[in-house]
Design a binder for this molecule. Structure first.
Ligand SMILES: NC(=O)c1ccc[n+]([C@@H]2O[C@H](COP(=O)([O-])OP(=O)(O)OC[C@H]3O[C@@H](n4cnc5c(N)ncnc54)[C@H](O)[C@@H]3O)[C@@H](O)[C@H]2O)c1
Ligand SMILES: [Zn+2]
Ligand SMILES: [Zn+2]
Length: 361
């Protein structure tokens, strides 16, 4: 018998999300049924609602979650009922080309394995990032469950499932930030501020936070920024150069993903520095850069998908840092909300009032 739960569904492009009855089947081979305890509202959920990811409506939104495994299907050895887990959208398969070549952080083989949840009338749902966790229960591939220390509250641990991991990893894994580096982060929402915190933890001595909203810059200071730049009133490239001895930053993270922020990131780097694009651009939007500058400035222009993370390596490590008081995940939780409040949380996100609204189930 399928489980009947409430879930947050985006039925059509640009339409407000609605709370719907969702049917969640029992886990089949290789699957796990998870009772979701908390799920953060990420900007990518809004991208789904806007049709910016793909057109496979209706979507069951939510993908930044922690919960408890309720049941597992046959052949599942990774997790058992009762385990406290963070859900991931990179269930490393070990057999795809990326995995076989020793680059499992590029594995996308199984993250869309579970598309068996439906609306009450049988309409198939596309779970956001293969997860669909704005629901009391969700069905995922067992590899999408990463066990972490159950002493961590679900509101904090769940954030590692997407935005915080993406931002932290964009700086530390993709950007390779290390001791003594200078870093600038453009766009300090949940993702950008995790890049700020990650840079600080990795030993960067200058961490410049850039945003158009003073509230975000306040939070950035709390999470480890050494300097802040208000992009509404200051010249971003000039200020980053000034704050880095006239050179530009070793690593610039673009956590917005617009042509103007990418261009700022490109020119705010030191020669041979690295740009990391982690913000998701709107499809079809071009950028124009003089090719001679791409050549002449050297360095690396990278994109970061999920912070090049390995969930089984990185989630428990970040939970340990949290438990030791060295990574303030609670600072990202601006408010806890109910499952019926996601549309309002999107509006708050757009007004810049929150780092993360977290649905508690
Ligand atoms: N690559 C990945 O794996 C991955 C994972 C999660 C999220 N994302 C993407 O990262 C981006 C950020 O996500 P979020 O949840 O932090 O969103 P958010 O809306 O909370 O944060 C975006 C921030 O950018 C700021 N901003 C907007 N325009 C700006 C400008 N011109 N200059 C400076 N700052 C500006 C906003 O004020 C806000 O603080 C989104 O595009 C999201 O889809 C990517
Ligand atoms: Zn793989
Ligand atoms: Zn996300």
């Amino acid at each position: 018998m399928p489980h009947e739960v409430q879930g947050v569904v985006a039925r059509a492009k640009g339409e407000p999300v609605t709370l719907e009855t969702v049917l969640v089947p029992d886990p089949g081979p290789g699957e796990a049924l998870v009772a979701v305890q908390a799920c953060g509202v990420c900007h990518t959920d809004l991208h789904y609602r806007e049709g910016g990811i793909n057109d496979e409506f209706p979507f069951l939104l939510g993908h930044e979650a922690a919960g408890v495994v309720e049941a597992v299907g046959s052949g599942v050895t990774e997790v058992s009922p009762g385990d406290f887990v963070v859900l991931n959208w990179r269930a490393v398969c070990g057999t795809c080309r990326a995995c076989r070549r020793g680059r499992p952080w590029y594995c996308f083989a199984t993250h869309n394995a579970t598309q068996r949840m439906t609306l009450a009338d049988g309409t198939a749902l596309s779970p956001a990032l293969g997860i669909g966790a704005f629901a009391e229960k969700t069905l995922v591939a067992a590899g999408q469950c990463t066990r972490v220390d159950p002493e961590a509250p679900a509101t904090a641990a769940g954030l590692l499932g997407c935005g915080v991991m993406a931002g932290f990893g964009a700086a530390v894994n993709t950007g390779g930030v290390g001791r003594g580096d200078s870093v600038a982060v453009i766009g300090c929402g949940g993702v950008g501020n995790a890049a700020v915190a990650g840079s600080r933890m990795a030993g960067a001595t200058t961490v410049v936070a850039v945003d158009v909203d003073p509230r975000k810059l306040e939070w950035a200071r709390r999470l480890g920024a050494t300097h802040v730049v208000d992009a509404r009133t200051e010249d971003v490239v000039e200020r980053i150069r000034e704050l880095t001895g006239g050179f530009g930053a070793d690593v610039v993270v673009d956590a917005v993903g617009r042509p103007e922020t990418y261009e700022q990131a490109f020119y705010a780097r030191d020669l041979a520095g690295t740009v990391v694009l982690v913000g998701v651009p709107t499809p079809g939007v071009p950028i124009e850069l003089p090719l001679i500058d791409v050549f002449g400035r050297g360095g690396a222009l990278k994109s970061s998908w999920y912070g090049d993370c390995l969930p089984s390596r990185d989630f428990p490590m970040l939970v340990d840092l949290y438990r030791q008081g060295r990574f303030d995940l609670d600072a990202f939780v601006s408010e806890t909300i109910g499952i019926g409040d996601v549309e309002e949380a999107f509006a708050k996100m757009e007004r810049g009032e929150v780092l993360r609204s977290v649905v508690v189930l």
